[in-house]
Structures are given as C-alpha cells and as structure tokens.
Design a binder for this molecule. Structure first.
Ligand SMILES: [Zn+2]
Ligand SMILES: [Zn+2]
Length: 269
C-alpha cells in the first residue's frame, strides 16, 4: 500500500486519540503506538464500568422483582471482585487492538479506509466473512480452553471462578486472564490479514464485543436470536460444556453444543 494511503489510517487513530486522551503536553511525549494503546485501555475501562453500572442499577436495584424474582443476584462484593480481575487483565488485553491498529497502519493487512472503495455489497460480504472467522476462532479457542485441562487451569479458570447465577454479573465480561482474553479475541484481529475489512467497522465491532460481553453476563434471557445473550451464557458458566460462542449462538448450533435456556426451564418445571 502507498504511504499516502496508509497515512489516512494514522490520521484516523490520531483523531480518536485526540478525543479520548485530550490535548495535553505529556501525551505528545508518548510514541503513537503508546497513545493508541492508552486510548484502547481507557475505552475498554469505560466500557467495563459505565454500561454495566447503569444496567446493574436497573436490573438489581430498580427491577429485581421483574428480572430476579428468585432473588439470586450477585452481591456488591462479587461485582467489585470482577472489576478488580478485569482491571488486572485490561492493560495486557488491550495490547491486542493496539497491535492490530499498528499492523493496519503499516500496511500489513487487507484493511481499507472507505466503503466506496469496494462498494456496499462487497463491504457486507467482507464483514460477514470477518465475523465468521472471529466467531469460528473464538468458539474453538474457547472450547479448547475447556477441553485441554492444563489450559483451563492456567488461563480459563479465572473467568469460571464466577459459575453460579448469583456470582455472575455484567462486570464479569472482562473478568478473565489476559492471555485467555487475547487468545479468544485474536481470530478477530487475524481475520484482517485474510479479509479486506473496513477499518471503522472493525473498530466498532471490537467496541460492540465489549458491550455484548457485559450483556452476556446479566443472566437475563433476552431472546434476541442469534445473539449470545445472558440466558445462554449463564448455562455456559453453570454447565461448562455448552454455549461457547461469542457474538452469537450459531457455532454452538453448528457444532452441537447449543443448550437452550428453555431446556433448563422445562427441567425446573
Ligand atoms: Zn468458558
Ligand atoms: Zn463468561
């Protein structure tokens, strides 16, 4: 790729850094990569804290009788522990999106700047392929983390410390070992080397995954097909061998590990 074309990626990340980090003298002293990492870290921290706090206040404080008539809700202590585990993971985990931006800016990927360069039909096709690779990769790396015992013990057990309905909360979305988080999110970044992908769409989907991760841990069955919502992911935590997917339940359906929340309800009745 030409230098002038690659410069457009750098200008975009610089403008996002301006918005999140502000215009301070100390910032100019940092290399561009460090600034981008810091912006990713702050964005992920805000994503962890703001939507989850609002959602927890709504479901646990304002509407507990609607969403948790059985009273099985996490305590503040559990939620604080999840924030603590997340805050330990995020500095290392956010190196992944920062490195992805770095390789994009260096022209090592097939990422493009404007949708018009490929047209909307191809953009939709490429985004679908990108999501398929991300989802397929996340499903199998996650499943491997469960199947290979040493991997589970060393990395994935941190996330499964919260395995009962009253120990799962939206704050658990990032409560993982950073290596575990990187391994499961890496296919989404690696897809950029294979599929031509619109840069802003890639960034938005990474942000979207952060919000969905919180949503997947609220234990509420939202019934929004095919999203991997709280009803499905709660079963992953309580039963361990089902519902490994990330954004959706499609891979679980494809590979025979889907467990519907309705099956659970029938058993209870
Ligand atoms: Zn798991
Ligand atoms: Zn989880």
């Amino acid at each position: 790729m030409e230098e002038a074309y690659l410069r457009q990626f750098v200008r975009m990340t610089e403008s996002w850094n301006d918005v999140v980090l502000g215009d301070y003298a100390w910032r100019a002293a940092l290399p561009h990569f460090a600034q981008s990492w810091l912006r990713n870290f702050i964005t992920a921290t805000l994503l962890l804290l703001i939507p989850s706090t609002i959602w927890c206040f709504y479901i646990y404080h304002l509407k507990p009788h609607v969403y948790f008539p059985n009273g099985r809700m996490p305590t503040k202590r559990v939620m604080l522990k999840q924030v603590w585990v997340s805050m330990k993971a995020l500095p290392l985990f956010t190196l992944l999106p920062a490195v992805a931006e770095y390789v994009i800016e260096k022209g090592c990927t097939k990422t493009f700047v404007r949708v018009e360069e490929v047209g909307w039909p191809m953009h939709i096709l490429y985004t679908t392929l990108y999501l398929f690779i991300a989802e397929f990769g996340l499903y199998w790396t996650h499943r491997l983390m469960h199947d290979v015992r040493p991997l589970y013990k060393c990395f994935h057990a941190t996330h499964h410390e919260f395995n009962k309905e009253d120990t799962i909360s939206p704050f658990a979305g990032y409560a993982f070992d950073p290596i575990d988080g990187i391994v499961q999110a890496a296919p989404q970044a690696l897809a950029l080397f294979v599929v031509p992908m619109h840069f802003v769409t890639h960034e938005l989907l990474f942000v979207c995954k952060g919000v969905l991760a919180a949503n997947a841990h609220d234990c509420i069955h939202g019934k929004v097909w095919p999203v991997m919502g709280g009803g499905y992911h709660k079963i992953h935590h309580t039963k361990s061998r089902y519902n490994y997917g990330g954004y959706t339940i499609l891979m679980d359906w494809l590979f025979g590990t889907l467990y519907e929340p309705e099956q659970e309800e029938e058993k209870v009745i």
